[in-house]
Write a protein that binds this ligand. Structure first.
Ligand SMILES: [Zn+2]
Length: 377
């Protein structure tokens, strides 16, 4: 039986830490090819001295997860500039949001070999599409926006009815329904608390954008700054808690439902400790953060406290494509020696599954070689 060895800088079988200079041995050809060993290249060479060796590129792993995107924004023109201008750009382009854009986004995901996704959904027809999509899994989070506390009850009741109807469309192995209160400042405190309670009792995964822009902390701590002024132009009233955005979520009990927190750029040591204690995962979107001038995600701070980090591209409005390979390369360039290639691959795979509340996959002996994801690098 023909055997061949694939090797890469990083080999990750889904368990523990990834391995530098690892190798995978395949037996058989084409569709029938099976994985018969995963180990260091040195040991594999000794065990299979006759097998030819091919260097495939940067890494070999189970397939990665795009833990945060907005497929229904896939027709939004790619934007670079400050965060508040981006929000205006999204608001202006609402008519480009929807089903056709989501279909484009799905095709773009597939082009990059991604079949597991954390997607924020703002249109009912897009939710229906994702829940019926074959060969796609992950979580479709229904987005909720509602800054006015007087509207909390009405929006909450509508959300419960919609989400329960969506859940009737869930299929085994397919996409699950989740809930995404948009940000801590675009959802009022009573609505945030109701949504948290609902997620808790109905077992819904949560995803929230938190501490993305440097202006968000000022809004929460003092009620001042560019984001506060921007919100006032929409007539939203805002009472600052004096806490950080993460501290505010903790004070409302939101962290108890273990939401996955997206962006999390502007956080201090105490925020990260609170996130670690609550068992929340965090999603890093380096290219979007760079495009929207949001600053550098403190990778080393999360690593120090053992917080699970995943990678996401965010939407095509702030990322040039939905490639996890490009996202990982951007993270590597951004963090330099602070983030090892081994940790980055683990984040893109295991971190992604953890962030979506799904069991992480493994590469086992006897598995089909089609389950291997090759990072060309
Ligand atoms: Zn987002």
């Amino acid at each position: 039986m023909q055997r061949r060895i694939l090797t890469a800088d990083v080999v990750y079988n889904g368990l523990g830490t990834a391995r530098a200079a690892g190798a995978v041995v395949l037996q058989g050809e084409g569709e029938a090819a099976q994985i018969i060993a995963v180990d260091s290249l040195e040991r594999i060479r000794q065990r299979f001295p006759e097998a030819p060796i091919t260097r495939v590129g940067f890494a070999l792993s189970p397939p990665p997860v795009n833990a945060h995107t907005h497929l229904d924004l896939s027709r939004l023109p790619y934007f670079r500039g400050d965060y508040l201008s981006f929000i205006r750009h999204v608001i202006k382009s609402q008519q480009q949001r929807g089903l056709e854009a989501a279909r484009d986004g799905l095709a773009e995901l597939r082009r990059h070999g991604v079949r597991v996704v954390g997607d924020i959904v703002a249109r009912e027809e897009v939710m229906t599409l994702l829940l019926s999509e074959p060969a796609l899994s992950g979580v479709a989070y229904w987005e909720v926006i509602g800054p006015d506390p007087a509207e909390a009850e009405r929006i909450f009741n509508e959300t419960v009815a919609k989400v329960r109807a969506f859940r009737r469309l869930e299929r085994p192995g397919g996409v699950r329904v989740g809930l995404s209160p948009h940000t801590p400042h675009t959802v009022s405190a009573p609505l945030l608390q109701k949504l948290t309670q609902f997620a808790h009792t109905d077992g819904l995964p949560l995803q929230i954008h938190v501490a993305e822009t440097p202006f968000e902390a000022a809004l929460h701590r003092t009620g001042m700054g560019p984001l506060a002024e921007f919100m006032r132009t929409f007539g939203a009233s805002w009472q600052p808690s004096g806490l950080s955005p993460v501290g505010y979520l903790a004070s409302l009990g939101v962290l108890e439902a273990r939401p996955t927190l997206v962006h999390m750029v502007h956080v201090d040591e105490e925020d990260v400790r609170a996130v670690q204690r609550a068992g929340c995962a965090v999603i890093h979107c380096p290219r979007s953060n760079e495009a929207l001038e949001c600053g550098r995600f403190p990778w080393e701070r999360y690593a120090k406290h053992g917080v699970d980090v995943a990678l996401g591209t965010d939407s095509l409005g702030s990322a040039p494509d939905l490639s996890l390979e490009a996202e990982l390369s951007a993270a590597a360039a951004l963090h330099g020696s602070k983030a090892s290639p081994l940790a980055l691959v683990r984040a893109a795979v295991k971190g992604g599954y953890r962030a979506l509340g799904l069991p992480p996959p493994r590469i086992n002996r006897g598995d089909s070689a089609s389950g291997l994801y090759i990072w060309r690098g």
